[in-house]
Design a protein around this ligand. Structure first.
Ligand code: AP5
Length: 311
């Protein structure tokens, strides 16, 4: 599992990363924590990063990428990891892609944690952490009257506020997020890796949403799946009328030509009948003439044969 938690400062990336570490047994890789550690130790890298961090600006890409490359090569990252606060701009995202393609281990999911600016500011203002073990607290969720000391360490050190958690720097950090980090939302959506959760709820509800999102298909894929389903539905719908038309009542039979033909004989037939009738009449006339001729001849014969006295 190789996950990126994407979200504005104070959205709970660090808090939820800790919970995923417990759940999945993979390390959290926080560039913020790595940089803070370098600053604390006073390493050259820390010295180079300090000013940018305190101003709420992004530390130089070359510093961060060198640090990430080194961290990803450590054995505990072989089985997967949770990237918290990295990548933070398109150049870092492209460099990470190239790095992971090189080793054939691409990201498996990117989760965007959405929280509104009022809540982000409240959370950042209330954040306190243990200088010894690094446990993160928030004054707004601590038991009323508690003495702002770490409950995890035996010496119970007093909790401290991060130097960049002051009002002025927070405004700048939120602006930097909008301008440089938010474009990664579309970048990862286009890659079919993005899941979005409402991270405004309480810590347990956010963890549940996060774990559930990791088991769901990414937004691009979910959209592609839904599109495919809709296409299939449309196809089925266009086929259906064809089926219905098969079941349609048969069209009324056209009036029979034969009947009409009976009423109105065809031109050719009428002519034939007329000719036949004429022939019949002519034949009758001829027969009549013949009969008259015969009769006259008979009369002549009988007159000749009559005795003279009659004359
Ligand atoms: P970084 O340490 O990464 O800070 P960030 O991104 O600004 O994020 P935060 O640590 O402030 O917030 P978070 O989302 O982790 O919230 P958390 O869980 O602590 O970076 C610091 C600086 O380092 C940068 O400004 C930059 O200069 C530099 N840097 C780091 N990475 C870099 C990079 N890749 N490239 C260049 N520069 C880089 O929660 C916040 C508070 O809210 C806590 O008190 C917590 O208890 C509380 N809380 C958490 N969840 C909830 C909840 N659900 N309900 C109520 N309270 C909650």
């Amino acid at each position: 599992m190789r996950i990126v938690l994407l979200g504005a400062p104070g959205s709970g990336k660090g808090t939820q990363s800790q919970r995923l570490v417990q759940r999945f047994g993979i390390p959290q890789i926080s560039t913020g924590d790595l940089l803070r550690s370098a600053v604390k130790r006073g390493t050259p890298l820390g010295i180079a990063a300090k000013d940018a961090m305190q101003a709420g600006k992004l530390v130089d890409d070359s510093i961060v990428l060198g640090m990430i490359r080194e961290r990803l090569a450590q054995p505990d990252a072989a089985a997967g990891y949770i990237l918290d606060g990295f990548p933070r701009n398109l150049a870092q995202a492209n460099a990470l892609d190239a790095m992971l393609t090189e080793v054939g281990q691409p990201l498996t999911a990117v989760v965007l944690m959405e929280v509104d600016n009022v809540e982000l500011t409240r959370r950042i203002a209330g954040r306190r952490s243990c200088p010894n073990c690094g446990t993160v607290y928030n004054i707004y969720s601590m038991t009323l009257g508690s003495d702002l000391r770490c409950t995890n360490c035996a010496e119970r050190p007093e909790l401290v506020q991060r130097p960049d958690d002051n009002e002025e720097t927070v405004v700048h950090r939120l602006r930097v997020y909008d301008e440089q980090t938010r474009p990664l939302v579309n970048y990862y959506r286009a890659k079919g890796l993005l899941r979005t959760i409402n991270a405004q709820a309480d810590v347990d509800a956010v963890t549940a949403a996060l774990v559930s999102a990791l088991s769901q298909p990414a937004e691009g894929r979910a959209a592609a799946k839904a599109k495919k389903k809709a296409k299939a539905k449309k196809k089925a719908a266009t086929k259906a009328p064809a089926k219905r038309s098969a079941a349609k009542p048969k069209p009324k039979p056209k009036p029979k030509k034969k009947a009409a033909a009976k009423q109105r004989p065809a031109k050719g037939k009428a002519k034939k009948a007329k000719r036949a009738a004429k022939k019949k009449v002519a034949g009758k006339k001829v027969a009549k003439k013949k009969a008259a001729k015969k009769k006259a001849a008979k009369k002549k014969v009988s007159r000749r044969a009559r005795p003279a006295r009659h004359r």
